[in-house]
Design a protein around this ligand. Structure first.
Ligand SMILES: *Cc1c(COP(=O)(O)O)cnc(C)c1O
Length: 482
């Protein structure tokens, strides 16, 4: 379906579905939100969902299911071993990706755990276009190291580059020469590169890098968690692919990789995960980890109802109308805010709109977590829950010093098929207000700092009484009840 045309209006992103089931939202008054964020240690992960108006923390496990997915849940075959549901899921994945062997897991990071367990030895180097928090943590926990070789341009916040997730082939070559191929068990290519703003990687780049590393015996691994957005961008931005169907593009990508894993909390609109393995022996070698850590081989920690629904979700992902909606809403949000002068990561990618917190709060040093501060401030200014993606999301260096993130962002995720355009407009409005009052925002410091993945459960406090001042200004603008 082409873009919907309007008679009296500029084109708008369009919901290609109608609402069948709803959940009521709650907008707490601004001073109540101040109490809630204090209780949550200024960490939006620790807020209760009932205290949030627009939950844009993540797209993980919060995407809307379709009627077809819900009805499929009824026919799920509840068996510990040999569930028919598993075989339907496996067959659908084989139909789409052309890979026969499936290891089911409870979510995306479980795939990363198992792949890392299988491949990583202390001292190993894993090449990536860019890391994801959990993929890196599993590798480093096992004594491995990560080399992020995304092209330099990918890290420039304001850009018009269509594929900012592309890996730098010269850097890959140099890395293999330096490390020695025997020290690099696999290369991990992330579709829809999460931590640099959901930015896609081109088919051409995936093909070139996999062709480059294969002669060295380096295993090629695709993190397909955000593949659905990446497919949309390949079809709409890569000239040579514009006449191909989403299904054809998916298959061409899959053919490049030895192993493909995904979080079905994103890919498939459900909750779960899976690893597709091309080689039979490699598959059997990994099986033991599934039974040890996940569950039996035909459910891997997932509910069969979810598996039945995601099987339909995989098929829906092959529908261009379905996968267009997220990127189009994100583009609208990014473009309008960019026009308003708010520093955004451009061009808009998949998964969410990303605010360049480093630039918005240039008066806050990285050691006081500008992205964390802006995320907390946005909850105060509208009940909007985003996610910090910056220095707070890094782990400290071995000597205890901060590892300063190369990008400092607030992510406003657009869970797929969840929010309407008026809700999107509300978010745009509040972000613009906060931007105009950015001088009121100050830094944060940890009062409880976990060693691993500290951003999930760490607690912080403001370095001054800036939250009170911000709330005063907000209440003066919008009233005490907003
Ligand atoms: C979310 C995500 C994961 C982890 O998936 P979970 O199901 O949340 O554990 C891995 N890789 C990427 C690119 C992701 O976006």
């Amino acid at each position: 379906m082409p873009e919907i045309k309007f008679y009296k209006h500029d084109p708008l992103p369009m919901e290609m579905h109608k609402v069948k089931i709803v959940q009521k939202l709650n907008l707490l008054p601004v001073r109540d939100r101040l109490n809630k964020i204090k209780e949550a240690g200024f960490n939006t992960f620790l807020l209760h969902n009932g205290d949030i108006f627009m939950d844009m923390l993540t797209d993980s496990g919060v995407n809307a299911m379709s009627d077809e997915m819900q009805s499929a849940m009824l026919r799920a075959d509840d068996a510990y071993a040999g569930s028919e549901t598993f075989y339907r899921m496996r067959d659908k994945l084989e139909d789409i990706f052309g890979i026969k062997y499936l290891l089911p897991t409870h979510q995306g990071r479980a795939c990363e755990h198992i792949i890392a367990r299988h491949f990583v030895k202390p001292g190993n180097c894993i090449i990536m276009n860019y890391h994801f928090t959990t993929s890196k943590a599993h590798i480093t926990t096992l004594g491995g190291r990560v080399e992020e070789l995304v092209k330099d341009e990918g890290l420039i916040a304001k850009s018009t580059l269509p594929f900012k997730g592309n890996i730098d082939l010269d850097k890959v070559k140099a890395c293999i020469e330096k490390e020695g191929a025997e020290n690099i068990p696999y290369i991990r290519i992330e579709a829809g590169t999460n931590l640099i703003g959901g930015q896609p990687i081109s088919y051409e780049n995936m093909k070139a890098v996999t062709e480059l590393v294969k002669p060295y015996g380096i295993v090629t691994v695709l993190d397909a968690s955000l593949l659905q957005d990446n497919l949309y961008f390949i079809k709409t931005r890569e000239e040579s692919m514009k006449d191909k169907s989403i299904r054809e593009i998916t298959r061409m990508i899959a053919d490049l990789f030895d192993v493909i894993y995904f979080s079905a909390r994103k890919f498939g609109f459900c909750r779960g995960g899976g690893i597709l393995v091309r080689d039979e022996k490699m598959f059997h070698d990994m099986e033991d980890y599934i039974t040890l850590y996940e569950g039996f081989l035909t459910y891997g920690g997932m509910s069969v109802k979810e598996m039945e629904a995601m099987t339909i979700g995989f098929e829906e992902t092959m529908d261009f109308d379905v996968i267009s909606q997220g990127p189009q809403f994100i583009k609208h949000c990014v473009d309008v805010l960019d026009d308003y002068g708010v520093p955004m990561i451009t061009p808009g990618g998949g998964l969410g709109a990303h605010i360049n917190a480093k630039e918005v709060l240039s008066h806050i040093p990285s050691e006081e977590y500008p992205a964390g501060a802006l995320t907390a401030a946005l909850y105060l200014c509208g009940g909007i829950r985003g996610m910090e993606r910056g220095t707070m999301s890094e782990e400290r260096n071995p000597d205890g010093s901060e590892r300063i993130a190369s990008v400092e962002m607030v992510r406003l995720a657009f869970p797929r098929r969840v929010f309407t355009l008026s809700q999107t407009e509300y978010v745009i409005d509040r972000v613009k207000w906060l931007y105009d009052h950015r001088d009121l925002v100050g830094g944060l410091r940890f009062v409880h700092e976990p060693k691993t993945l500290r951003f999930f459960t760490g607690r912080l406090e403001p370095v001054s009484d800036w939250p009170e001042k911000l709330v005063e200004a907000y209440a003066a603008e919008f009233g005490e009840d907003q």
